[in-house]
Design a protein around this ligand. Structure first.
Ligand SMILES: N[C@@H](CCC(=O)N[C@@H](CS)C(=O)NCC(=O)O)C(=O)O
Length: 215
């Protein structure tokens, strides 16, 4: 299986965590190579990454959460992205949506605002709205995760694949560690987990390219 990815992409981190959790073999293809980027765009003209190409089964799989569910179906292991219990599964999917829609989306808006090409005006109103969304999301997540070890309960799931990258990036842009003790304790736990620790180590050579790397 080929994973089209970039080492600074939070949605790629989300999939890498799932791959590393179950020690799944794959071929990473970095999108900074023009021929790789062309192959990826041909497969997925929407131009979003990550993208998984499973040559053996003839499948092209897009969208991080769907890729993770696909891996859970075809390469099962001790890490189960979605629990069998229906109620628990809904909570996992809800947390996955909360992290994508209300943490990662405003983070992308704030990063996008900072790296606008020269001559394109910034959007302070949109940036304020994005920060306000992040603060509301922190409060909701703090409350919901207060008594949990992992993002959706006692098991490490798809929700954690979404939580770890989105909170990591959000914390660099709108620091959360002082005001939100449950989220802060969660970040320490998840950063110590080998799958995510590996993702964090692998980002180091390119981390300076992140526009908020120094605050
Ligand atoms: N909903 C998509 C979002 C993926 C996404 O936004 N990826 C970013 C990188 S983290 C991307 O493709 N950026 C390129 C662009 O938007 O042009 C998913 O869950 O996979």
């Amino acid at each position: 299986m080929i994973l089209y990815y970039h080492p600074l992409s939070s949605y790629c981190w989300k999939v890498l965590i799932a791959l590393y959790e179950n020690a799944i073999m794959f071929e990473p293809k970095m999108l900074d190579d023009p021929a790789t980027a062309q192959a990826w765009l041909t497969l997925w003209p929407l131009g979003k990454f990550p993208l998984l190409r499973d040559e053996a089964r003839g499948n092209t799989v897009a969208e991080a959460s769907i890729i993770i569910e696909y891996l859970g179906q075809h390469c099962p292991g001790p890490f189960r992205p979605i629990p069998q219990d229906e109620g628990a599964a809904l909570e996992v999917r809800l947390m996955d949506r909360l992290f994508d829609n209300y943490v990662m989306t405003p983070v992308q808006a704030l990063v996008g605002d900072r790296i606008r090409p020269e001559g394109v005006p910034r959007d302070p109103y949109g940036a304020d709205q994005a920060r306000a969304t992040l603060k509301k999301a922190y409060a909701v997540l703090e409350e919901r995760m207060r008594a949990r070890r992992w993002a959706a309960g006692e098991e490490f799931t798809l929700a954690d694949c979404a939580a770890a990258p989105s909170l990591f990036y959000a914390d660099r842009i709108e620091p959360m560690r002082r005001g939100f003790p449950a989220l802060s304790a969660y970040m320490e736990r998840v950063e110590a987990r080998e799958s995510f620790a590996r993702v964090l180590r692998e980002k180091e050579p390119v981390w300076h390219m992140f526009p908020f790397a120094n605050g």
